[in-house]
Write a protein that binds this ligand. Sequence first.
Ligand code: GLA
Length: 350
Amino acid sequence: MARERVAAFAPGRVNLIGEHTDYNGGLALPFAIDAGVTVRAERASEPRVEAYAADVDERDAFALTDDGAAVGWRAFVRGVVHELRATGVPVAGARLEIGGDVPRGSGLSSSAALEVSLCLALIALGGAQAALSRLEIARLCARVESRWAGVQTGLLDQLASLCGQERAALLIDFSTLRIEAVAVALAGWRLVVIDSGQRHTLASSGYNQRRAECQLASELLGVPWLSEAAPDDLPRLPEPLRARAEHVLSENQRVVAAVQALRDGELGELASLLNASHASLRDRFDVSTDAVERTVAGLLQAGAAGARLIGGGFGGSVLGLFPPSVTLPGATLEVRPAAGARLLAARTAA
Ligand code: GLA
C-alpha cells in the first residue's frame, strides 16, 4: 500500500576483517553500527523530488524523469531514484529530509547508509515493499555507487547495512552471497574507531585501480574470482599484481581465523589478526597513508592490542581492539554490532 509519509534508517558499518575481498569473491566479517542515516519522506503531488540534507543545509530538486548527473550527496539521491525507476519500482514524487550521524568520508560507509535509507524510504512511499529483496537492494545501491558516484564498489557496505544484527558480525561469502551471523562476545574487550583525519574519496583514490589490478590478476590466472587462485600460481604474476593477490588470499584466511577466534573467545588472537590485516593492506595492497599509519601507531601506543584501517583505505577510519583494563584514548568512538536497516514506526515519520 502506498503511504503518505515514511521514515527509514540505515546504519553505517565497521568491517572487523576481510578488506578488498568482496569484489574478489572472498570473505569478510562486517557489522552494522548504531550510527546511520535517516530519511524522512513525504508524498508530493508533483512528479518531482525535493531533497534537503540537514547536516550540510543543502537542497536539491529534480523531476523524476531527470537523469542528469550530480555530485556529492545529490548524486546518491538522483542515482537511487533513477535506478529504482529503471528496475520498474514505482517511485512517487516526494519531499525528502536526510539526516544522520555517520561522518562522511570517514570509512564507516556513510554513502551506503544514505543509499540504503533512500531506497527503503522511496520503495515504501511508492507502496512496493515486496518489490526487491535485500540482496537486490544491495545490488541496486552498488549500481548507484558505480554509475552515479564513479566508484566500482563491491557489496560489503550495502549488505552490512541491510543485514546487520545486534551482537553479531556477518560472515559474508561473496562467491555465493551466503551470510552467516557470528556472535561477537568481547568479554570486556572494546572495539573503537578513530578518524585518521584524512577524508577519503574513493573515486579519486586508487580504489578503482586496485579493483582493475585484481581483475587483471584473475584473468592472467584464468580464474573467475581472484579468491579462487591457487597459492602456488601466484609467482606467475608480475608485481604489483602478485602482491595484490597475496593480500586477497591471506585476508580470506584471516577472516576464517577471526571467526574461529571469536568462537573460541580468543580476543588476543583476534587482535593479532587485525594487525596482520593492516600490515597486508599497507605492504601488499598499498592502500595506507601517512595519516592512517600515525593513527594506527597512536592506538597501539595507547594500549590497543590490534589496530587496522577499515574500508577502502586512502584515509578514513582506523579500528582498534582494546583489552579490558586499558583506558580508551580520547576521540575514539566505541562500536558494537547493531541492527540493520529498517523502516521506522509511522509515528516517528511525521
Ligand atoms: C569500500 C567498498 C567495499 C569494499 C571495501 C574494502 O568500503 O565500498 O565494497 O571493497 O572498500 O574492503
